[in-house]
Design a protein around this ligand. Structure first.
Ligand SMILES: NC(=O)c1ccc[n+]([C@@H]2O[C@H](COP(=O)([O-])OP(=O)(O)OC[C@H]3O[C@@H](n4cnc5c(N)ncnc54)[C@H](O)[C@@H]3O)[C@@H](O)[C@H]2O)c1
Length: 387
């Protein structure tokens, strides 16, 4: 008898056995209709140790060997510049791929990856597990059901702490060639994704980057600011840093066209984003953003460990999409949107001018056909010069 679609078991292979692989092993391992059949790492000893710890039957050192095990899904947990090669190999073998963020570090590469998966008829999902926070889902719902309505203003503050050793322990971290960027590419990308998920398509980005604390040992930025304009006419500010000590965590605040606002805080880093401000109608509820006694600087293993439930939600969604023949919650195209925004911050910082992607769609969120123009002002002191 042919098994029903829901009775199918998916064979999974995990590529890259470093820090985040535990989240994938736990997440896939928790699903009844999945069997992890192999792990792969260019460091074969690491792959073997992982296989032994997690009771996975095969440990290999190349993606080709993993594909030869007859996998249905490959989960990509390797450094940023290797994502494309692994995804293209999987697509060529007709295997579905769930890839860690960032999809890639440049747009042509991200486009090649999405095109290869589409051409091969395989699904490509990209990890942005914070979209599965209940708090983030509640903001998305409040936008859709009119409680907030269309966002008009947003704020995204990613003020984190990293020790210099974070960058020095792995050769690929902190370089343009291998990491592809600093705080924007590695940490803030999660929250830029949330911001654009809430606020819609990007129209313009003006930004600055700098390196205040880690400049002596990394090439990339440890800090960034940006002003973002969306095609709806909505505006947002972004600040991001790994030079903050102690860490202030992350906050995202959205104000909608109804005037209502909601704010989400992740503090300490890795904990569930919780709604700490909900200001709707005549009522406002708040809770302390930095509760006393909470340790602000958290080590990487605890950050990653706390994210496992949300990795599990996204992995479950991905497997369900394969079962049902639907699209996963976060596709390659979706994941490219956050990449496009942060790359524009780099470009704007380099050129000193905004990057314009699209015009604000008329009528914009103000209900007018153009944003209000400010009167011209004099920016130098002629009075002083005339004296
Ligand atoms: N979603 C999240 O919250 C989250 C958190 C941490 C890391 N990440 C992402 O996960 C990815 C991996 O990060 P990490 O911190 O686990 O890195 P890591 O350096 O700890 O581990 C990477 C592993 O990949 C192996 N590797 C390198 N190239 C390979 C190749 N071509 N084939 C097979 N194995 C290869 C390395 O030997 C290493 O064991 C990155 O994209 C990172 O941004 C995501």
């Amino acid at each position: 008898m042919t098994p029903s679609v829901s009775a199918r078991t998916f064979r999974v292979g995990i590529v890259g056995c470093g820090a985040i692989s535990r989240n994938h092993l736990e997440a896939f391992g928790s699903l009844a209709n999945v069997r992890i059949v192999g792990v792969c790492d260019i460091d074969l000893d690491r792959a073997r140790a992982t296989a032994e710890s997690w009771d996975v039957p095969n440990a290999v050192s190349t993606v080709g060997e993993l594909l030869d095990l007859g996998v249905d899904i490959i989960s990509v947990c390797t450094p940023h510049p290797t994502h494309e090669e692994v995804v293209l190999q999987a697509a060529a073998a007709g295997v579905h791929v769930l890839c860690e963020k960032p999809i890639s570090t440049d747009l042509p590469s991200a486009e090649r990856m999405t095109a290869a998966c589409a051409d091969a008829g395989v699904k490509l999902g990209v990890l942005f597990q914070r979209r599965f926070w209940p708090g983030a889902q509640r903001i998305r719902k409040a936008i859709d059901d009119g409680t907030l309505g269309r966002p008009v203003m947003g704020q995204c503050s990613v003020m984190l702490h990293r020790e210099p050793e974070y960058y020095s322990k792995d050769a690929w971290r902190g370089t343009w060639a291998n990491d592809g960027g600093g705080v924007l590419m590695t940490q803030a990308i999660h929250y830029i994704d949330l911001l654009q998920w809430f606020m819609g398509d990007i129209a313009e980005v003006y930004g600055r980057i700098n390196s205040y604390k880690h400049g002596a040992h990394i090439e990339v930025e440890d800090s960034a600011t940006a002003v973002l304009t969306f095609t709806s006419g909505a505006m947002a500010t972004l600040e991001a840093s790994t030079a903050v000590s102690p860490s202030l965590g992350v906050q995202i605040r959205i104000t909608g066209e109804t005037g209502a606002s909601a704010s989400l805080t992740e503090f300490p880093e890795g904990s569930d984003g919780r709604l700490d401000l909900w200001a709707v109608g005549e009522t406002i509820s708040t809770e302390a953003v930095h509760p006393a006694g909470v340790r602000p600087n958290v080590d990487l293993a605890s950050i990653n460990g706390q994210l496992i439930p949300h990795h599990t939600s996204q992995v479950r969604d991905f497997v369900a999409a394969l079962e049902n023949g639907t699209e996963p919650a976060i596709t390659g195209e979706d994941a490219t949107k956050a990449l496009r925004i942060l790359l524009a911050v780099y470009e704007s910082s380099r050129t000193g001018v905004p990057v314009r992607f699209a015009a604000v769609e008329p009528p914009d969120i103000t209900g007018r056909h153009s944003a209000p123009e400010a009167p011209a002002v004099q920016l130098t002191s002629r009075t002083a010069a005339a004296r």
